[in-house]
Write a protein that binds this ligand. Structure first.
Ligand code: ADP
Ligand code: MG
Length: 576
């Protein structure tokens, strides 16, 4: 992928003023820093060498000036450090919100492919790296380059031959820095992979802690974790070795330069080509030239990481949701609930075989239809085409006579309620979870919905009633309780169409009974599709559709299908 430079810089836009003032400030700080040794040189070379009776007065003046400069330098640095980082952080936060909002829109097919953990790291780690680059990138370059060339110019001005001697060391220095930097980067990349493994291991063990403890598998989990943890330690040891070697060898080189300058400079002094004050100034400026090199090599890492982070960010930002409203899509009011499949075929992106093949069927407004058939026949898939979780690969799905692809997506989905086998509840209170069905609902409406879903009684039995926290994914509730909350949520949404996909399959007989009653009352007055493999639950259906891997095998009432002695009759015989 080519680097999207335009897009990269577009994030600076809202903060242009602040950012430019940070850069200007960085330049000012560099200039002031460079001025310090010059003032010292002026004192030692001129003031203290001339009329000593006047010297002290001048030194006071220069000292005062230095004090002012020091104040300017540190205030400037404060501004650069604080506001510069803030600019980076703000850009990061903008990008994070943008990315999250974009992820919310991406369709089911995207989430079929991506791992949540990876997406999390895009939202956090990658963006952190980018914000470091956004702030430090330009500012560090300005600071380092201005220091380096400023110091070089001053050194030439003081003594050209000595400067040339020092310059001989720089190719070695740069080569050395680049070489070690490469090594360090590799070590750091290794670190990142190892810590990701540690995280993955911990996440897996901790989210499965209930399984772990029920199998008494703690020891095994500890061993697995320790293996990853010690691999991480090993990789960090290597990094620190490389780091220590790098910094100390660099220091050594620096000392070598200093020693050379001392010897060479002294020789110059002996030859009366240089004076003591100049030599001291010279030594002071050498540090000013080395530090930028150290910083720039460090920065090349940051640059690399930031750029890859940005590319990864863009990879997702560039994805278009495979399912979205057309620009001219009609906003749907409350539908009657007339659902029609016209010669619909469908296969998942990663599979060649069709789940649905040239299937046609019609469900009338207010009808109560059951969909049965062996596991894997495509019942869930079929239903997921109605709210457009996926789009048919051929044919069309029509709602009240309009192709669902011509309807505005949000209004379409508002018309359809789904109760599934595994309920997803959000961490939070009972009230918050129910309100998800209709954010505008009053407390009274929420309670009324809970009553209809047979959930009110058990909710009142919780320690804080509707204000009780249900724990992550609702761990503090039983399966039947969770299902009744999810039904109450659909009551609040009040859609004209409901799909119940194996809603009672995971429940024991007792909770199944109560949930079944909740579902029956939810179905009243709505077009309803019930998917169930326990045939006892669908005997009351007006029509039963039998779906097999070869398509729609038969349809009719329970009695008709039994009389027919086909697939349904066989399934029924197997179960009873
Ligand atoms: P049913 O609900 O009748 O048990 P499904 O509609 O869930 O059947 O699945 C039909 C087929 O599609 C199965 O072979 C299943 O493995 C496959 N399938 C289901 N969901 C996906 C998916 N997200 N990606 C790829 N294949 C899928
Ligand atoms: Mg299913």
């Amino acid at each position: 992928m080519r680097f999207p430079i335009k897009k990269f810089f577009s994030y600076y836009k809202p903060y242009r003023g602040l950012f430019l003032s940070v850069l200007a400030c960085a330049l000012l700080v560099s200039a002031v820093t460079l001025a310090f040794p010059l003032l010292v040189r002026y004192i030692t070379k001129h003031v203290l060498e001339e009329d000593l009776s006047q010297a002290l007065g001048k030194v006071y003046w220069i000292g005062g000036l230095m004090l002012v400069l020091a104040a300017v330098q540190n205030l400037g640095s404060y501004f650069v450090d604080y506001k510069g980082h803030e600019v980076g952080a703000r850009m990061e936060s903008d990008m994070r919100s943008e990315l999250f909002a974009h992820m919310q829109k991406l369709s089911f097919d995207f989430y079929d492919k991506e791992k949540t953990g990876r997406l999390m790291s895009r939202l956090t780690n990658d963006l952190l790296l980018i914000s470091e680059l956004y702030h430090h990138g330009p500012e560090d370059y300005v600071r380092s380059l201005s220091r380096f060339f400023g110091a070089l110019a001053i050194l030439f001005f003081i003594d050209a031959p000595l400067t040339l001697v020092v310059l001989c060391f720089f190719p070695i220095l740069v080569f050395f820095a680049l070489y070690f930097n490469k090594k360090l980067n590799k070590a750091l990349a290794g670190n990142k992979e190892r810590i990701a493994d540690v995280n993955a291991q911990a996440e897996d063990s901790l989210s499965g802690i209930r399984v772990v403890q029920s199998f008494a598998g703690e020891r095994m989990e500890i061993e697995k974790f320790e293996r990853e943890n010690s691999r991480f330690l090993e990789s960090r040891k290597q990094t620190y070795r490389a780091e220590a070697l790098f910094y100390n060898s660099f220091e050594m080189l620096l000392q070598l330069i200093t020693i050379t300058v001392v010897i060479f400079g002294s020789a110059q002094i002996v030859r009366h080509k240089l004076d003591l004050a100049d030599l001291i100034t010279f030594l002071l400026y050498i540090g000013y030239m080395i530090e930028p090199i150290q910083r720039m090599t460090h920065m090349s890492t940051q640059l690399q990481e930031g750029v890859t982070g940005f590319q990864r960010f863009m990879e997702i930002m560039k994805l278009k949701p495979s399912i979205a409203s057309k620009p001219d899509a009609a906003v749907l009011a409350r539908v009657n609930g007339d659902i029609e499949f016209r010669r619909v075929s469908f296969h998942y992106e990663d599979r060649k075989t069709h789940v649905l093949n040239d299937l046609s069927l019609r469900i009338r407004p207010g009808e109560y239809v059951a969909l049965v058939g062996p596991s894997g026949a495509g019942k869930t898939t079929l239903c997921s085409l109605i709210p457009r979780f996926y789009d048919a690969t051929a044919g069309e799905v029509r709602l009240d006579g309009t192709d669902v692809r011509d309807l505005e997506l949000e209004s379409l989905r508002k018309n359809i309620g789904i109760v599934q086998q595994d309920v997803y509840l959000f961490a939070g209170t009972v009230m918050e979870n129910l309100r998800y069905g209709n954010p505008a609902a009053t407390d009274e409406e929420i309670i009324a919905a809970a009553v209809k879903a047979n959930a009110h009684e058990f909710i009142m039995g919780l320690p804080q009633g509707y204000r009780s926290e249900i724990g992550q994914r609702g761990v503090k509730l039983s399966g039947g309780q969770k299902q009744r909350l999810s039904i109450a949520r659909v009551f609040l949404k009040n859609p004209p169409i409901v799909i119940m996909d194996e809603a009672t399959s995971a429940l024991d007989n007792e909770s199944e009974d109560i949930v079944k009653r909740s579902l029956e009352s939810l179905a009243e007055g709505r077009t309803t599709i019930v998917i169930a493999h326990r045939l006892s639950t669908i005997r009351g259906a007006q029509r039963i559709l039998v779906l097999t891997e070869d398509g729609l095998a038969e349809e009719g009432t329970h009695d008709e299908l039994i009389a027919r002695g086909g697939v349904y009759a066989q399934l029924y015989a197997k179960q009873f």
